[in-house]
Ligand binder design. Structure first.
Ligand SMILES: [Zn+2]
Length: 142
């Protein structure tokens, strides 16, 4: 059995869920940050894509958030977006438009009553599921 390789705080998952529920019926998106293999922060980014099954970061908010992370001494570790009505698996478009080597792709599915969060590593058009551990309670000082 593979061991979990990434940890994410329970609080961060709740923040992702809340943000993506607010963005319905569109996809919600944002950045995940922390240290090494531990994700401790979620930064929502406005989705500027008007299409229902798509997302793209509003560029200014994206750059501002990267600067903020740097200021806080955080590393960018993942990209997260929601699938309002489909499973938490990368779509063909998600795979094709993945430009973040080294980061994990997180997808929150709101298709079912309970939100489902999955993580992936996408490399050269191939998708590998990533196991993660939920840590908590959050002890984020900010
Ligand atoms: Zn997607």
């Amino acid at each position: 059995m593979a061991l979990p390789t990434i940890s994410i705080q329970r609080d961060v998952i709740l923040q992702i869920e809340n943000h993506c529920l607010r963005e319905l019926p569109r996809e919600g998106c944002g950045l995940l940050a922390g240290h090494g293999r531990d994700i401790t922060r979620f930064f929502p980014i406005p989705n500027q894509d008007p299409r229902p099954h798509s997302f793209s970061f509003e560029p200014r908010a994206y750059l501002e958030t990267l600067k903020e992370m740097q200021r806080l001494g955080l590393e960018l570790l993942g990209i997260v977006h929601s699938h309002p009505s489909s499973d938490p698996r990368p779509s063909a478009k998600d795979i094709q438009e993945w430009h973040y080597p080294g980061l994990t792709s997180w997808i929150l599915s709101l298709k079912h009553d309970e939100p489902r969060l999955s993580a992936y590593c996408i490399q050269n058009g191939q998708v590998f599921p990533v196991m993660y551990l939920v840590s908590g309670p959050a002890s984020d000082p900010s």
